[in-house]
Ligand binder design. Sequence first.
Ligand code: URA
Length: 258
Amino acid sequence: MLMRLDKFLSDQTPLSRSEIKKKASGGQITFNGNIIRDCSVKIDPKASHITLSGKLITYRKNVYYIMDKPKGVVTATRDKKDKTVIDLLKAEDRRRGIFPAGRLDKDTTGMILLTDDGELSHKILSPVSHIPKYYIVQLAESFKTEYVNLFNNSLSTSSGEAFLPAKVKAFKNNANMAFIELFEGKFHQIKIMFELVGNKVINLRRVQMGNLKIPIELRLGEYVEIMHKYIEQLLVKPDFSVVFEEIEKNFSSYWINI
Ligand code: URA
């Protein structure tokens, strides 16, 4: 389907139509090798070769970034005092409508999906779709085997807030490190759950959502774009033991202690 060049560029970049017009007057836009000054020309978004300031602009219906959120950064699109995950995106990657699908506490690190795909985000966040999320937890006190049953039997707070059953397991070589699978994301949930069993979370890091692990080459604050076909893995429910074994085997790649 053909579309106007300025519509294509405003969909695919953070620029507004008036900014695009200015780029065009400055000779910054090419269409199949020719400089274009009139942005109303019709192009084929999937087949035309479009460049903006020398950079090829490829058509993506939506974008998906996986970020390794550092501490001190808030999972929001805007914040009065703190840096947000959106602030960590390069200006050219900040497409209109991009937002974090889900949230991590300011002092939690790890995997965050940033996307402008509202439908996928809804599926990931909706409690009815039961998409598991996996975290490595560093505890103040040693993990106790009784936690396995306590977490599996719906912990609840004194004010009556109940949590869905969750699987937990300790890592072999460190008595203070645990792994947890959650199917919901209530405020401070993991911290509250461990408090309820008499322990305390010192550090928390999300390493997997659905069947998609955080790419280990990422450093804190970095992100990679994930193609749509891999994003579907987010909606797959893996087996807890399989995920645990994979993370334990490569523990030093997944646990970045800050
Ligand atoms: N549980 C928490 O307590 N904090 C997070 O950031 C995520 C889950």
